[in-house]
Design a protein around this ligand. Structure first.
Ligand code: SF4
Ligand code: SF4
Length: 92
């Protein structure tokens, strides 16, 4: 099963209070931006033209990869969603 097929079995209950908050100013001077390649849900996108990082938490799969990959501590908040919110995997 690939990541696109996984989304077919996945639903989200989106919390209006984001569970991950990013300081985009830190990302401006980041030399690697590994998050853009490592996030399986493609929540991070860097615009070279605008020199701007955009982060959207709605489709977060809660894998924790970005927390491990970010070497600049760009998060002002990183936690799992509150109870009842976030991703729900339906594999059966
Ligand atoms: S790795 Fe961290 S600092 Fe670098 S772009 Fe991603 S979130 Fe920002
Ligand atoms: S926890 Fe995983 S899915 Fe969520 S934003 Fe980070 S890398 Fe992407």
């Amino acid at each position: 099963m690939n990541i696109d097929e996984l989304f077919d079995f996945t639903s989200f209950t989106i919390d209006r209070e984001p569970h991950i908050v990013l300081d985009p100013e830190v990302c401006k001077s980041c030399d690697i931006r590994g998050c853009t390649n490592c996030c399986p849900a493609r929540c991070y996108s860097w615009s070279e033209d605008d020199q701007k990082m955009t982060f959207v938490y709605d489709g977060c799969l809660e894998c924790g990869t970005c927390y491990v990959v970010c070497h600049r501590n760009a998060f002002t908040r990183w936690r799992y969603p509150r109870g009842g919110f976030g991703v729900a995997y339906r594999m059966t």
